[in-house]
Write a new protein. Structure first.
Lengths: 158, 238
């Protein structure tokens, strides 16, 4: 008769962790490919309105962002404020902001620059009109009213 | 000494995973999936003490929005759908309505004559930006005539004027911009379907042939919006 080996209590089977970094690297590459570096921390609440006649801005290096909305930090007030780069700005500072951005761009790209206005849907037109006037004064004529994709005509707008 | 020789050295995979996690967390924190898009417009250049140009009433489609969100199109209370239709009838003026802008016929001889005229003006004065701009415009029109034959379009002074209060909500303003854009896009789409059999939305500006078709659609139905600012009427072209 054959002798059976006495079964020792088996320890748990070790899972090979050699493939764990591969999974993580895959996730990493996914994020590297599908995202863009965040422009700046939003200091204002911007809930973009919806529109369907939109064009995608492809080259982010050619876009200057101006954010308008109520400050996220309630202690700074509830009136819509302008955010340039990463701090609050006034309407008068818009011209300097655009000039600065322009200087940091190579010559041949200066005409192609677009100014994206990311304005909260609840903000009022007064401040937006002021910004547009300042943009006209510095000859930053290409603007984009940033919106989310959505059908506008199908719904009532109130 | 009985040192157990392991096989070819095994890399400890645990620390590789840690490095990868760190990089992943970095990217998660510093990036965003935001794709940017919006309604593109070109503002008109600032002129220091310009008199707002006098435009005949029939050439202007007046859209007014007040701070409560009420909209008046040519003095009539309207909603977005009616604005859409009013813009289309303004641009096509199918019935030859006297309240809508008159249309002009653009044909080859007219284009060639104008191009010659502005080229002459430019040889006389090479820094004349006005003539340069008009020369380019007539060249685009000649390209359009080559593509679709003689056509009629609104005259050059026709604009859609948007006037709003300082207190008007931004979302209403965008709604109006969107409705006007949508109505012109639909007209351009009909034109493209009729002449080229392709939808306007499918045209790729990077392909030279399709760029010509895009140009033709834009010449026949130009999008000209004027946003009235306090004390100054300016024209916003697209």
């Amino acid at each position: 008769m054959a002798r059976f080996k006495s079964k020792r209590p088996r320890r748990g089977v070790a899972i090979s962790t050699a493939s764990l970094p591969d999974i993580i690297f895959m996730l990493l590459f996914f994020f590297m490919v599908s995202t863009v570096m965040r422009e700046s921390e939003l200091l204002v609440q911007v809930e973009q309105p919806e529109a369907d006649e939109t064009v995608k801005l492809e080259n982010r290096s050619l876009v200057d962002y101006i954010y308008v909305g109520a400050p996220i930090d309630r202690s700074k007030g509830s009136n819509p404020r302008i955010q340039l780069n990463d701090h609050f700005g006034t309407v008068q500072e818009v011209q300097n902001f655009i000039d600065l951005k322009r200087k940091n761009r190579p010559e041949n790209q200066r005409d192609k620059a677009i100014t994206a206005l990311k304005v909260d849907a609840r903000a009022e037109m007064g401040i937006v009109s002021d910004i547009k006037q300042e943009l006209r004064k510095v000859n930053a004529l290409k603007i984009c009213y940033s919106t989310l994709d959505g059908a506008v005509l199908a719904e009532t707008w109130r | 000494m009985n040192s157990r020789r392991r096989g070819p050295g095994e890399i400890n995979a645990g620390s590789m995973a840690d490095i990868a996690f760190l990089l992943l967390v970095f990217f998660l924190v510093t990036t965003t999936m935001d794709t940017d898009g919006g309604i593109l417009r070109n503002l008109s250049p600032w002129i220091d003490d310009a008199q707002p140009p006098e435009i005949h009433e029939r050439n202007v489609l007046v859209v007014k929005i007040n701070m409560h969100g009420d909209m008046l199109v040519e003095g009539q209370e309207s909603d977005l759908q009616q604005l859409f239709e009013a813009t289309q009838s303004f641009m096509t003026n199918a019935e030859g309505n006297a309240n809508h802008p008159y249309h002009r016929q653009i044909n080859r001889t007219l284009c060639e004559e104008r191009i010659a005229r502005y080229q002459q003006a430019l040889t006389n004065d090479p820094s004349d930006r006005h003539s340069k701009r008009l020369l380019n415009q007539w060249k685009y029109r000649l390209q359009t005539v080559d593509l679709i034959g003689a056509y009629s379009t609104v005259n050059d002074t026709a604009v859609i004027s948007i006037q709003n209060d300082r207190g008007t909500r931004y979302s209403y303003f965008i709604g109006v911009q969107n409705a006007i854009s949508a109505s012109i896009t639909e007209l351009r789409d009909e034109l493209c379907q009729k002449h080229f059999g392709i939808s306007y939305h499918a045209l790729d500006p990077r392909d030279p042939e399709e760029a010509l078709m895009l140009n033709a659609a834009k010449q026949v139905y130009p999008l000209r919006i004027s946003e009235a600012e306090p004390f100054q009427t300016q024209v916003v072209n697209q």
